[in-house]
Design a binder for this molecule. Structure first.
Ligand code: AMP
Length: 498
């Protein structure tokens, strides 16, 4: 898609013209209609434009799941900005690094996060939004609405954050065309209609959760988002709103299965339960199938390339597989030479298509791409010679995915190694029924190491999901001839660690 193709803003305007009074998004108990969302986002876009934000400027938005966050997001797009959505649980150090990388022209933040930004010495224009449950923040209602800035589908909509294994966060620019193509592909594949009602309890700051907003803006369907995951609340929301679709990560399904009320709830309105962001075990897939009467549909995607592969909506859904390329996506499995491997052989998944970004910000545009524009996902996969479906077999990156969220060992190790009582540290993922993988830290101690104090120090620096679930004190770390820690060897040695 290039010039003239729809933008997220144009799609939102068209949907609001068609269904002005229909609820677009609800967060917990507060809903907002398309008309109200249009009005509020015009006002806040005016505030941004008046303070100098123009096409292509980054705007940092830091707020928990809330209507205020949705308004801020749409308003920044309207002002022509590229939006960076901040995970609201980031620690001070992480937020500081992100601000340095993004260099925003303005920030829109909830009260608490605005204070953190001020604490970091941010001098760019910032608006503090009270997002605590009252719907459209009062700060926005008092602003004057303005006309729209021209936005093209080739303009960058998101400056999305991904992390490098060791180095600083990578920024992945995604155009309006990329995002629209990605969302339309799943709408097509999953038979999406304006009558759909989606429920999830995922963070809106991540591409997976934000899809709820995009689906509603593009199709007029309703999205009910919960600010935190709790099995009973999630099931109540499905029942109350007669939800047709549920989005979750494997950890969400694990929690639901562990709650006795899941089997008793009347979830008959659901036509589809989607799982993504991490591997869903066949055991969990079977168990969810028994409760819902239909198999959860597993799909695969990543920030840089949007939705890529999905099991079939009609037809057999294969546990342990992520299925087939979504409309528009071309997928290959290649060897280290970049050539396609035979079906049945493991290789790296590479993808190209209208949903795939054009390269990391500030990096050589060919970085992470093979000749012909194939993006190297870093994930390893295998295509079944029988069904043609792709399964993910592992990651060539040293990424830990815990509860569907990515943790990069290098970042945690850096924090651990700044603590005076830690001589060396290595972090690895350990299989976990609840989280898919959980973060384990292996530390070589200096005298006087107190693990409780260490955990408290880490908690001051890192978001909860990144904090090690357990610590193992070891005499040394296994290293290769280049001095690099061999993580697989560590987890093998200490598999039984408490
Ligand atoms: P993110 O960019 O945060 O969306 O994370 C993308 C990564 O999540 C991918 O590169 C995969 O490693 C992983 N991932 C996403 N979906 C799946 C899935 N269905 N099964 C296994 N891994 C997945």
């Amino acid at each position: 898609m290039g010039k003239g193709a729809p933008t997220l803003v144009a799609a939102a305007v068209a949907t609001a013209a068609r269904w002005p009074h229909r609820e677009a998004v609800r967060v917990d108990d507060v809903g907002v209609t398309h008309a109200a969302l249009q009005d509020a986002s015009r006002r806040l876009a005016g505030w941004l434009s008046a303070r100098g934000t123009t096409t292509g400027n980054p705007v940092l938005i830091a707020a928990p799941n809330s209507i205020g966050l949705v308004v801020a997001y749409l308003s920044a797009l309207r002002a022509g900005a590229m939006v960076t959505l901040v995970n609201p649980t980031l620690g001070r150090r992480e937020l500081g690094r992100l601000v340095e990388r993004v260099r925003p022209s303005a920030t829109l933040a909830s009260t608490e996060l605005a204070q953190q930004l001020q604490g970091l010495g941010s001098t760019v224009p910032g608006l503090t939004l009270d997002v605590s449950g009252a719907g459209i923040p009062a700060e926005v209602r008092s602003l004057a609405p303005v006309g729209d800035v021209a936005v093209d589908s080739g303009d960058v909509a998101h400056l999305a954050v991904t992390s490098g294994t060791t180095g600083p966060a990578k920024l992945a620019p995604l155009t309006h065309a990329n995002v629209v193509a990605s969302v339309r592909a799943v709408m097509d594949a999953w038979r999406w209609t304006s009558d759909d009602r989606l429920v999830h309890a995922l963070p809106l700051q991540h591409a997976h959760g934000l899809t709820a907003v995009h689906l509603s803006l593009l199709s007029g369907s309703r999205s009910m988002v919960l600010s935190r995951f709790e099995p009973a609340t999630l099931c109540n929301a499905i029942v109350e709103h007669r939800a047709t679709v549920l989005f979750g990560v494997p950890a969400s399904y694990d929690r639901l299965l562990g709650w006795p009320g899941f089997e008793r709830a009347d979830l008959s309105s659901l036509r589809l339960a989607v799982s993504g962001s991490a591997p869903l075990s066949a055991r969990h897939s079977d168990a969810v199938t028994r409760v819902l009467g239909h198999r959860p549909l597993e799909r695969y995607g990543l920030t840089e390339a949007g939705f890529v592969l999905s099991n079939l909506y009609d037809g057999e859904r294969l546990p342990g597989a992520v299925g087939y390329p979504l409309p528009g996506a071309e997928v290959r499995i290649v060897g280290t030479d970049g050539a396609a491997v035979a079906d049945g052989a493991v290789g790296e998944i590479v993808v190209r298509g209208p949903q795939v970004f054009a390269g990391y910000s500030g990096a050589d545009p060919t970085d992470a791409f093979l000749e012909g524009g194939w993006f190297r996902t870093g994930d390893l996969g295998i295509r079944s010679p029988v069904t043609g479906a792709v399964s993910i077999t592992g990651r060539s990156k040293e990424l830990i995915i815990t509860g569907g969220l990515n943790v990069y060992p290098g970042e945690i190790e850096q924090v651990l190694e700044t603590q005076p009582c830690v001589r060396a540290a290595a972090v690895a993922g350990r299989p976990s029924n609840r989280w898919g993988e959980e973060v384990v830290a292996f530390v070589v101690a200096e005298e006087g190491l107190d693990l409780e104090e260490l955990a408290a120090a880490v908690a001051r620096e890192l978001a909860p999901y990144k904090r090690p679930k357990s610590y193992v004190v070891v005499a040394d770390l296994p290293r290769n001839h280049m001095g690099k820690v061999i993580r697989a060897e560590l987890t093998r040695r200490y598999r039984q660690a408490p």
